[in-house]
Write a protein that binds this ligand. Sequence first.
Ligand SMILES: [Zn+2]
Ligand SMILES: [Zn+2]
Length: 136
Amino acid sequence: MPAIVRITDNQRHLLARPMPDPALTGRCFCGAIRYRGGAALYPPTFCHCESCRRVAGAHVVAWITVSADSFAFTQGSPVEFNSSGRVFRSFCGRCGTPLTYRRDERPGQIDITQSTLDDAAKPAPVDHIYMEDALP
Ligand SMILES: [Zn+2]
Ligand SMILES: [Zn+2]
């Protein structure tokens, strides 16, 4: 399993801009799991790394980052597993929807799969990372 290193975290600070949304809510496909989070800390990003692709069963995954303090599951409990190194990902144990990504080295933040937001259309992702892993 390849290690996941969000090497662009520093670069993403350069892209940071005020986000209008005061709060985010979302759910898995079947609705067993619901969550809420505070405003996005950065504009979202598309990740093409192999781990994200395989976990999601998708060519690319859009992530949105909120403060860990602001995030909570408001219904149900996801399954969380250690996907590599000190990285933990969660998903709905009933329908399998990937929900979150967190890393011990970045304890104050949690990433959410943007497609699971109740309003997933905004804010629009602004960058692509791990293009070296991207499928053609
Ligand atoms: Zn579900
Ligand atoms: Zn990734």
